[in-house]
Design a protein around this ligand. Structure first.
Ligand code: PLP
Length: 375
């Protein structure tokens, strides 16, 4: 027997990377409440309320709105495996890492991915999407990332969806980093399928993926040629478990305590109000921007396309990316994000997400960076 094993006590970090973000202590308290059975009537009530709060967060009346019992990537997979079948054409707009994952999902469903590419760090060009829609009138869906966490770019979800609808396409949106941080209106913007995550602007623990499907999307699922290849993510089966009313069929065991946590996170968002949350993110972004620019750090993304919750700045010439982030972590318990893919070593990504989008974090990050950069 190994007597070295002991309980794990993580350091008290300040999380200002691309996620997970700082978790509100209220949520950690909710997480530690007693576990009850997942078919306990009390838990069934909690599931219903969680769905209602998610409808509020997504701004939707969609009946099929619930958290998938796995992280954001599973929500992504749930959307694609349910809606896309062999031979389907999907136009995927890519301007970062996460658009590429959508492409991979389409291909693994046996679909054809028509790529609309834009440079990393710039927004999706709507004219390019229109060209692709004209060239591929048989496309079934348009998919894109609302908040591209790999670059800090906001794609204009409202405009992209409106255009896709003109061409009678389903709209699939990655809202993992956008939900709670910037304006998002699933029904008004005509989004048919959307997935998010708990550990970004909801400031909840990682591990759940809120999703929502429109009536049009449900019709597609009902009329599939082939069964969904994933048993676990088959929305028809999942809905039997998460669906309306008291008759719940066992599908899998919901992560009971994680649902307490998500419920609390959504409650906090509801108490603050969506609009107030979006405004707070924008305000904190302005403060951080001022501080970073005073240190001589430059933003990469054009001002009008910037995400308040994910700030990407260029690493000044001659600085050692890894060494600086290591110093921040060791000396300041501060985590900021590295560049991904083609941007690795060239940028830092500073998150201001959910509970972490506050003045204390902004000041702390600027002070820590100032101190480390001076050395
Ligand atoms: C974080 C993220 C994901 C993946 O979420 P996980 O919870 O890490 O699986 C997907 N898309 C975007 C835009 C993200 O930022």
């Amino acid at each position: 027997m190994n007597l070295q094993f002991k309980s794990f006590f993580p350091a008290q970090r300040t999380l200002m990377g691309p996620g997970p973000s700082d978790v509100n202590p209220r949520i950690l308290t909710a997480l530690s409440r007693p576990t009850i059975g997942h078919l306990d009537p009390m838990f069934v009530d909690l599931m219903d309320e969680t769905k209602q709060l998610l409808q509020y967060a997504f701004q939707t009346q969609n009946e099929l709105t619930m958290p998938v019992s796995a992280p954001g990537s599973a929500g992504m997979e749930a959307v694609f495996v349910n809606l896309i079948e062999s031979g389907d054409k999907v136009i995927v707009c890519q301007n970062g890492v996460f658009g590429g994952r959508m492409q991979q999902n389409v291909l693994r469903c046996g679909g054809q991915a028509i790529m609309v590419q834009d440079d990393w760090g710039t927004a999706t060009d709507i004219n390019k999407l229109e060209q692709a829609l004209k060239m591929h009138p048989d496309a079934k869906a348009v998919a894109f990332v609302h908040a591209e966490t790999s670059t800090g770019v906001r794609n204009d979800a409202q405009a992209l969806c409106a255009l896709a609808k003109e061409y009678e396409c389903l709209t699939i949106v990655d809202a993992v980093t956008s939900l709670g941080g910037i304006e998002l209106a699933v029904d008004d913007w005509q989004i048919d399928a959307i997935y998010s995550g708990t550990q970004k602007c909801l400031s909840c623990v990682p591990g759940l993926s809120p999703v929502s499907f429109s009536q049009a999307a449900i019709e597609i699922i009902k009329h599939r040629q082939s069964p969904v290849q994933s048993w676990f993510l088959d929305m028809d089966l999942v809905m039997g478990y998460w669906g309306q009313g008291t008759k719940r069929a066992y599908h899998h065991t919901a992560p009971v305590n994680s649902i307490y946590a998500l419920h609390e996170a959504l409650l906090i968002l509801h108490e603050e109000g969506l609009q107030a949350s979006w405004t707070r993110h924008a305000h904190m972004h302005q403060l951080l921007k001022t501080g970073l620019e005073e240190l001589g750090l430059e933003f990469v993304v054009d001002e009008q396309d910037r995400l308040p919750q994910l700030n990407m700045v260029r690493i000044p010439e001659g600085l050692d990316d890894g060494a600086i982030r290591a110093r921040l972590l060791q000396d300041f318990n501060l985590e900021i994000g590295a560049g991904l893919g083609v941007l690795a070593g060239k940028v830092w990504r500073i998150g201001l997400m959910g509970y972490g989008a506050n003045q204390k974090n902004v000041d702390y990050c600027v002070e820590a960076l100032a101190s480390v950069l001076k050395k």
